[in-house]
Design a protein around this ligand. Sequence first.
Ligand code: PEP
Length: 253
Amino acid sequence: MRRPFIAGNWKMHLDRTAARQLAADLATSLKGIRDRDIALFPAFPLIPAVAAALEESPIQVGGQNLWFETEGAFTGEVSGPMLRSVGAVHVLVGHSERRHILGESDDWISLKMAAALASNLNPILCVGETLEEREGGLTEEVLSRQIRSGLGRVAADAMARVTVAYEPVWAIGTGKTATPETANAAHAFIRSEVEDLFQVSVSRELRIQYGGSVKPGNVDGLMAMPDIDGALVGGASLTADDFTRIVNFETRT
Ligand code: PEP
């Protein structure tokens, strides 16, 4: 059984006071939860305050990005060891906003995956097709390229620390969610690619999150699908009530 993993990506929102308050509210509302992993991804300057607010909580903290060198003349960038030193345990790699707005290449993302693991961070590799690619019948080709490149520098024995997030670009922040069946088909394809790259035991253990307008109203249907193991939540992670409801998704008995 893969343990569910729900992550909240706060993107470039909140200041220190608001971030600390939201983290404290979630530490209270999610206090009793033991059967699923939860992580929050605040903007870099907010990580120490959020980590401090979550000290007594099982909720973990991650960075939204990292650079692949450990230190040097890379103005504006942040390394894996720096993230670790302020309390981050996880890191997002290749989020679609970084691929499409900041122009990150597949090769950079591959280097960042290796750097995250070398820094003892648990990376979430984000993949997903654009609307144009989906409509052009290119979804599997795009996912295959992003998976093979993103995991190209990862050793099989490090895969237990890797999560993949399937985030169709057309569903992020748009209010359009992939149907559970559409999302599950993409997840199953990703799992088959990972099996081909590594071995079946690695692909069976791999947690694949869905991301793209996950809300309290659609999370239960998504989480009921066999290949969906969690969610990467943007907008709805900024409201304590919504994120709490998402983490408490209802499982079918
Ligand atoms: C995201 O930030 O990765 C995301 C999926 O955002 P939203 O939930 O707002 O679509």
